[in-house]
Design a protein around this ligand. Structure first.
Ligand SMILES: Cc1cc2nc3c(=O)[nH]c(=O)nc-3n(C[C@H](O)[C@H](O)[C@H](O)COP(=O)(O)OP(=O)(O)OC[C@H]3O[C@@H](n4cnc5c(N)ncnc54)[C@H](O)[C@@H]3O)c2cc1C
Length: 442
């Protein structure tokens, strides 16, 4: 096994369990390049680890953004209920919260890592931390895979690659598995970051030469003065629509955050996949924020007119400048902290108290999107080993016998909410089970 993350540790457990139930003397070894396994799991769910989403397949599968049918057999082998059972059986009590999201009751991701390590090592799995595989080859004469790890070469009859994607490379997932799979005959669907911040035009400081930013905009690039007017603001129950080349492709409702990266939070993440894919394919992207999704445009305009009349009739408005009165109106329809940013990002709005324009902008606050934060802070990698190149029922490669692939390395990515870890656990479990069965001849 290469990779001791979510899918690799689960694969090691299921392989070792299957072998332990037979008379075979086969053994399972995990090579992990980091000093400790499960580094990425430790940062999941802001350290609380939202390890699965407790849904049936029918409501789970729409959250898989790539070809969900390829994950179906793996899901049914180890559905969310069984993942919860697994952790409970390892002495980790769990809780299911809003949106069916499951966490360890302790809210400590380390409990999940410890359980995975304990479950596999108690069945005899050997975990070698600090071992980075650099090259993989298959020797057809000896019918073995050779894994070159610098000063050591490991050989095995069945190989599971569980090296993850490219996001958060500091956790060890730096995309090595794509080249291993490619060297064994696989192709790689275009890779791009998903569940990441998208960057409105003008939100970040542009280069000293004044040229615009486009595509990957590193999170470390400073936020502009205009961006700082919005940074730190969280919008509750807003609408967000994504436009590609002027056509609306996605509309969602929920909470939206302006951060040092750009637009993120649940809504930003939900549109990020399509937005990033569009941008890398040269399409023009824009979003429209609906600050009043619960009311229609006409109703909103009527409400604004009523409020405006009340403000004008209020004795406290006597002698008040029009701009000041307009800000009083904004204070009645917007969170206080958003007024300056909203005016700065909607130039012309403050002049002349144009209520029709205000109603339009509250329902349709347009922002051109010029880029996205890359793998340095993206939650997952979209793209990867095409699922058409593996047998969904076993996760064995169609290109190389004896090779199994699982986890984020595959062209499988999902929404936030525990869906990604569930996919990693399910595919890891099935890969381990199938590899073990094939070696013990079942
Ligand atoms: C900040 C953040 C928060 C997240 N929160 C959640 C969440 O709450 N819920 C959820 O469902 N998903 C979450 N995810 C996504 C989830 O963590 C991943 O989808 C999941 O970890 C993928 O599992 P994996 O086993 O495929 O890869 P990984 O967990 O990335 O494991 C791959 C392992 O392979 C090792 N490796 C790589 N190359 C080599 C090599 N050459 N030699 C040896 N070892 C190697 C790596 O060091 C790593 O340990 C989050 C991701 C991030 C970045």
């Amino acid at each position: 096994m290469i990779g001791g993350g979510a899918s690799g540790l689960m694969a090691a457990f299921s392989a070792a369990k299957t072998i332990s139930e037979s008379s075979s003397e086969a053994s399972v070894t995990v090579l992990e390049k980091m000093p400790r396994p499960g580094r990425k799991i430790m940062i999941t769910g802001k350290g609380r680890c939202n390890f699965t989403n407790y849904k049936e397949w029918e409501s789970f599968s729409p959250h898989i953004r790539s070809k969900a049918s390829a994950v179906r057999p793996a899901f049914f082998n180890l559905p969310p209920s069984k993942v919860i059972e697994f952790f409970e059986g390892q002495g980790v009590p769990t809780v299911v919260e809003r949106g069916d999201r499951a966490f360890p009751q302790s809210h400590m991701a380390s409990d999940i890592v410890d359980a995975l390590v304990r479950a596999s090592t108690s069945l005899g799995v050997k975990i070698h931390p600090g071992v980075q595989v650099g090259k993989v080859s298959f020797d057809p004469e000896g019918d073995v895979f050779n894994l070159d790890a610098g000063d050591r070469v490991f050989s095995c009859r069945r190989l599971i690659i569980a090296t993850g994607g490219l996001s958060y490379p500091s956790t060890g997932s730096s995309g090595d598995g794509y080249s291993f799979a490619a060297s064994l005959g696989h192709s790689i669907s275009p890779l791009f970051p998903s569940l990441t911040a998208i960057v409105p035009k003008g939100y970040k400081i542009h280069g000293a030469d004044g040229t615009g930013l486009r595509g990957h905009i590193d999170r470390s690039i400073p936020v502009s003065a205009a961006g700082r007017q919005l940074m730190g603001i969280s919008l509750k129950n807003s609408g967000l629509a994504l436009f590609l080349d002027g056509n609306e492709v996605h509309r969602v409702m929920g909470d939206l955050d302006f951060t040092d990266g750009g637009l993120e939070g649940p809504l930003g993440f939900q549109v990020s996949r399509e937005c990033v894919k569009g941008l890398v394919n040269g399409r023009k992207a824009a979003v429209s924020i609906d600050l009043k999704p619960a009311v229609g445009g006409d109703e909103l305009l009527g409400r604004l007119r009523r409020l405006w009349s009340e403000i004008q009739a209020d004795p406290r408005s006597a002698g008040m400048h029009m701009d000041r009165m307009f800000r009083v109106l904004l204070g009645k329809v917007l969170p206080h902290g958003l007024i300056d940013g909203f005016l700065a990002w909607n130039p012309g709005l403050g002049k002349g108290a144009d209520l029709e324009m205000l109603a339009r902008r509250l329902k349709d606050w347009r922002m051109e999107i010029e880029g996205f934060v890359g793998y340095e802070r993206a939650v997952v990698t979209a793209g990867g080993i095409p699922t058409e190149e593996i047998i969904a029922k076993t996760l064995e490669s169609k290109r190389q016998k004896g090779l199994y692939l699982c986890g984020e390395l595959l062209d499988v990515d999902a929404d936030t909410g525990g869906y990604n870890l569930q996919c990693a656990f399910s595919t890891g479990f099935l890969a381990g089970l199938s590899a073990a069965k094939s070696i013990i001849g079942r």
